[in-house]
Design a protein around this ligand. Sequence first.
Ligand code: FEO
Length: 403
Amino acid sequence: MKDIYSAVKVSDHVYWVGAIDWTIRDFHGYTTPHGSTYNAYLVMADEITLIDTVKAPFMDEMLSRIKSIVDPAQIKYIISNHSEMDHSGCLPQVIDLVKPKKVFASVMGTKTLNELFHDQSEITAVKDGETLSLGNMELTFMETRMIHWPDSMFTYLAKDQLLFSQDAFGMHWATQERFADELPAANLEYEAATYYANIVLPYSPIVLKALDKVLATGWDIKIFAPDHGPIWRKDLGWIIELYKKWASQKPTAKAVVVYATMWHSTEKMARAISEALATAGIKVKLLSMNETHRSEVVYEVLNAGALIVGSPTLNNNILPQMADVMTYLKGLKPANLIGAAFGSYGWSGESVKDLEVWLKEMKVEIAAEAVSVKNVPDSDVLEKCAELGKKIAAELIRKTANS
Ligand code: FEO
């Protein structure tokens, strides 16, 4: 059968040979309503080199794209920039098929690939700053541990002024367009921010250091070629500045109110808090976990200054939808937030205290006294909720005026 997939030229010597996953909707808890791509790249040097592979079920698509340029048996080197299985899932089969002279990964990458696939002893470790000659050009490696796994590294191809950035600057967005400049900026920003919030956020301090480290190399970079989503070949400063903004997590005059409700009491409280915040000039996002996915919550929290959480008490606990989102948020470590808790109860009433414990564990500064009500809030309780909103608003205005 004739191969139906084609490579896409990225630069003088580099082709995109990845795969488009139009149907994936979940990435370990992060919803991906617009699918994703797994980007692999072919460097047509004297020593033909494949940068990363793809998720296992997409190997044939990748090989088909490679074949549109060269017989895969001509590949001499494979570089694994990131060993997570969306980029290495088919690596053992590709090694068997291609029989490259050498496969390279970071020091941590060789360990991780062995733990994932076992008996990958032929993988050669490269150190931070090491170079590899491909004959008529060379690659330089830079460790970027924890962006997004301990094994992660960037690879720089000076000849084409191109940085293979694996997960960094990526997004989960399945498109036929291969370049960011072919896509609407608003969608790019939304998808990149959602990806950052759901994948990269916990490593924000490391991201800032990595950006400095790349700048310190003096590399002349004209193209970012990430492992997901479109390739950046114009206005790289735009995505770099967004990364700096998201990674620095400076407080803003925005509050995210997240709640779940049983019989609308907690919902009434959430609305009273939100209205008071908005009246005080704060941008508000009100999200009911009865209807909202956790991924959207962390996207909204990415550029917020306050997180206010509410739940009724169910069987001495918070509602399971709230436990879900609090677990997810805690793991993603949003920083520099103030917050408060609220909720209703029928008899035992543990939920509000429990939510305060969650917030404190997340290092959210409690900036207003919690509001808790037995059964349905009356106008006095709703006034207390409004006071909570006003107090958070005043603190946000004070903090953002000083930042
Ligand atoms: Fe796209 Fe961390 O893998």
